[in-house]
Design a protein around this ligand. Sequence first.
Ligand SMILES: Nc1ncnc2c1ncn2[C@@H]1O[C@H](COP(=O)(O)OP(=O)(O)OP(=O)(O)O)[C@@H](O)[C@H]1O
Ligand SMILES: [Mg+2]
Length: 477
Amino acid sequence: MNHATRKHDRYSSSSSRMGGSGRGDRFGGQTLSRSGAPGRSGGGHGRRPAGLQGEFALPVSVTPALPEAATFAELGMPPALNKTLTSQGVHEPFPIQAATLPNSLAGRDVLGRGRTGSGKTLAFGLALLARTFGQRAESRRPLALILVPTRELAQQVTDALTPYARSLRLRMAAVVGGMSIGRQAGALREGAEVVVATPGRLRDLIERGDCRLDQVGITVLDEADQMADMGFMPQITYLLDQVRPSGQRMLFSATLDRNVDLLVRRYLTDPVVHSVDPSAGAVTTMEHHVLHIQGADKLATTVEIAARDGRVIMFLDTKHAVDRLTQNLLDSGVRAAALHGGKSQPQRTRTLAQFKTGHVTVLVATNVAARGIHVDNLDLVVNVDPPSDPKDYLHRGGRTARAGESGSVVTLVLPNQRRAMARLMADAGIVPQTSQVCSGEAELQRITGAQAPSGIPVTISAPVASRRPGRSTRRYR
Ligand SMILES: Nc1ncnc2c1ncn2[C@@H]1O[C@H](COP(=O)(O)OP(=O)(O)OP(=O)(O)O)[C@@H](O)[C@H]1O
Ligand SMILES: [Mg+2]
């Protein structure tokens, strides 16, 4: 089918294609399994069926879903998109893409729950771009909208989709807090077909008269449950109430819980539901370790892990704790940088860029880095402070073992935290490998690559050219 004929036929050809592939995969609650793709079940350890707390009953589609696509080519997307996929090294659809793209390209609403690192960005991004192709936005009136919970994720999604948007001559604009609102207003005034936004800043721009959503025909909520958890619900409903009522909506996350119930009921129409096992243990390339340590040894243990060869993200609960550990690491000779909501946006952007390029090897962060962020070649995540709920564990850990790569999640647990951690792991559906360790021990080194730090204090020199959001194609690189 030509992509152009698909643009507005929301439920086209679903019945004629149902049963076409005969591959037996189903939507709505069953794991898809295709060889070579990430997150396959079987093998690995730490896996057992489980539900996260607060799971909600997924809606049942009235209109049957189209069968999955075996290749990108058969999806009938604009040829330029297929060419860009190849040039980006993306050859085969991952399961969530194979399952949702036939439906999203046909205009169906989609509710997609796929494991961390399973390719959700392209799953919604390709459909959104293909269906926007050929249209031109008027000044201040975008045609497609992607809402995400954090500024870093907005930048990353913009970066990830920019080559594809460019190949279709679609203009993208990132709209996030903490950066010049005038510049973002300027990008919208020039005209942007696709806007990637954090909810608060987009609302500000609308209230200033710099943006209208009445032409938005496709809306995506990435990490929808997180936006609800962060208290963005009033902004989200404010925004969703302004997009075209008949438009397409897609809602994606690795975790969906009761908090998204209202969004699903109010804003999705007969959605195609694609859901794979939500438990963190389902990412079979991920190892889970709980390390029992003593309080007096926590800092020494953490510093030795941070001094490993190779990068690591370390999660802590508070901004203050993040800053304190970062300083300790720098004083010990470890190239670390802090990321949390108390930093200015240019600092946050620079820190993440320095981590991605390897200029710093340890990213010390609060949960602001837990959702959606992708860093290549990251094989270790450490919970220096144990997460407070299974969802946080899943998303923090999900920064490693992405797209079929392997990685470990290590959680440091003090004696008085053991019971709560055991309960959290059970709720998350994970049976971790548990060890008692001390700094300097071979076992700690075996699990994490820990080694003694140089002890020679380091300072991290300033940037890599600073990056500003706005029109993505030039300013993000
Ligand atoms: N079909 C594919 N083939 C190869 N690589 C892919 C494919 N689809 C996505 N990827 C890569 O997989 C990585 C993870 O993708 P993505 O960030 O979209 O995951 P996600 O499902 O959104 O994870 P999270 O739940 O953590 O947000 C990215 O580097 C992306 O480029
Ligand atoms: Mg994502």
